[in-house]
Design a protein around this ligand. Structure first.
Ligand code: FES
Length: 66
C-alpha cells in the first residue's frame, strides 16, 4: 500500500488490498478497489472519502517530505 499526499487535495491510497475501518472496526466498502482518495480538507460530504469539495472551496496545502 502507498499513500500520497496530493497538493491541495486528498490522501491518495493505492494498493491491492486496501482495508479502511471506522473507529468501531467496521470496514468501509473498499474491497476490490485499487485506489481510494481520503479527504484531508474536512469539507467532503462523503467522509472519509474525498468528493472533490477541496477544489470548490480553494483548499491549499502542499506537504513536502524532508
Ligand atoms: S480533500 Fe477532497 S474533499 Fe476534502
Amino acid at each position: 500500500m502507498e499513500i500520497t499526499v496530493t497538493d491541495n487535495g486528498p490522501l491518495r491510497v493505492t494498493g491491492p488490498d486496501i482495508v479502511l475501518k471506522d473507529a468501531t472496526g467496521k470496514a468501509f466498502p473498499t474491497a476490490g478497489r485499487p485506489a481510494v482518495s481520503l479527504c484531508r480538507c474536512g469539507r467532503s460530504e462523503n467522509k472519509p472519502f474525498c468528493d472533490g469539495s477541496h477544489a470548490r472551496t480553494g483548499f491549499q496545502s502542499k506537504c513536502v517530505a524532508s
